[in-house]
Design a protein. Structure first.
Length: 421
């Protein structure tokens, strides 16, 4: 299996819904079904897609997960929770006022009331996603946080939800867990049903069905973004450890056959060594079939002239994760403007960001890092502008407002300004 990418098409990627427009129609039908038939539609979808028959959709009370989750996993979840909370509590969410413009102007920051966090629960239940979506919302002060996760037939003893997902939910302080998945779950959270109250905003990654559903409900409910398949670019020089670089590429490639794991390096020697390490590691990995397909679809190794070209290509690609496995990562960091997460140095590898480093692992994909940011506490607040002008200021600026209103042809606006001037 050759990993070298010679076709520059890897730089251009299309959104999944552009590749399969029919899928958008099918997702829309599922959303409409939930809006029309509510809980009944959700139960039918659970039986159809997840092979689980449910009488009720909420887990109330939450089953006891402790017999099924190893103590060391619980301890790791607690450590991750503490680190994520400490990180997100540092993010500034500041209400402020000023009297410099006359009277009082400013902004008021308040948390959203009710938020829904989607946690994938399929072939790789993303236990960490519980923390990486709930904790930023909790740090923002959100009072009601709901988790939606697909029912999993492998775990009847814990209500068809992976027990470690329940462990993470309890650690994060969430008691409202719904056994719903896919497009139906997004519709239920966005519009509500007879038993599930709608939320103000949705957060969390998911399958293409989930992403398309979020695209369709946006405007009726807030969404954090449209995260697609994961993607990582590693920029490495000749001093990088090929074993580490190979492991980092494999970690991303095993997520999904649509994932992107790309190495940019000016060193042909490193490229060859990474290729050999990938082939060696691959023989022992449980998701080797997925990884092999990933590397056949636009992932691999690109030889570049130098690190300057590598940075320019990476910035054009605007990856979810950008890893600088180079001798002086801080010297090269300013050349990268477009990346969801910037991982500097070989000890700051991306997998730590997936689980325990501190920032949320929900990051912009598909080139949206050009204008989107990782999930943070800022996503879970609303900003209200405060306008409380004094009479003298109003008398001074109202005539100018009237002139601007006249220029726009809005006579009633001009009237409202002039009668106070």
């Amino acid at each position: 299996m050759s990993l070298q990418l010679r076709d520059p098409a890897w730089l251009e990627r299309r959104a999944a819904w552009d590749q399969d427009p029919e899928l958008l129609v099918r997702v829309a039908a599922l959303i409409t079904d939930v809006r029309n038939r509510g809980d009944l539609a959700l139960r039918e979808q659970a039986e159809r897609f997840d092979k689980v028959a449910l009488e009720t959709l909420a887990l109330d009370p939450l089953p006891d997960w402790r017999p099924y989750v190893a103590p060391e996993v619980v301890a790791a979840l607690q450590t991750a929770h503490a680190r994520l909370l400490a990180f997100h509590q540092k993010q500034p969410l500041i209400s402020w006022t000023t009297e410099a413009l006359g009277g009082i102007l400013g902004q008021r920051v308040t948390p959203l009331t009710r938020v829904g966090c989607y946690v994938p629960g399929g072939t790789a239940p993303l236990i960490s996603t519980v923390l990486h979506t709930v904790v930023p919302a909790r740090a923002a002060g959100v009072g009601e946080i709901v988790i939606a996760t697909p029912p999993n037939p492998d775990f009847p003893q814990t209500g068809y939800v992976h027990p470690a997902i329940l462990a993470a939910a309890e650690i994060a302080g969430v008691r409202e867990v719904w056994r719903i998945g896919g497009a139906g779950a997004i519709a239920a959270l966005a519009y509500g049903t007879a038993t599930l109250r709608r939320v103000d905003k949705l957060a969390g990654p998911g399958s293409i069905w989930v992403t398309l559903a979020k695209k369709l409900v946006f405007g009726d409910v807030g969404v954090d973004g449209l995260p697609g398949p994961t993607e990582t670019i590693v920029i490495a020089d000749a001093d990088a450890k090929p074993e580490w670089v190979a492991a980092d590429l494999l970690a991303q490639a095993e997520h999904d056959v649509l994932a992107s794991a790309i190495l940019l390096t000016p060193s042909a020697e490193l490229a060859g060594a990474v290729q050999a390490c990938v082939e060696e590691y691959l023989t022992a990995l449980p998701r080797a079939d997925i990884i092999t397909q990933t590397f056949s679809r636009g992932s691999g190794i690109v030889l570049v002239r130098d690190l300057d070209e590598a940075c320019a290509l990476a910035d054009r690609y605007a990856p979810e994760h950008l890893c600088l496995a180079v001798r002086e990562p801080w010297a090269w960091a300013p050349k990268i403007q477009h990346a969801g997460g910037l991982f500097l140095g070989e000890h700051s590898f991306e997998v730590l960001g997936d689980y325990i480093a501190g920032p949320s692992h929900v990051m912009p994909t598909g080139g949206t890092a050009r204008f989107m940011s990782p999930l943070s506490a800022v996503d879970f607040v609303r900003i209200t502008s405060i306008v409380a002008l004094d009479p003298a200021t109003t008398a001074t600026i109202a005539p100018q407002a009237a002139l601007l209103a006249d220029a726009e042809g809005l006579g009633a606006h001009a009237l409202a300004a002039r009668c106070r001037a």
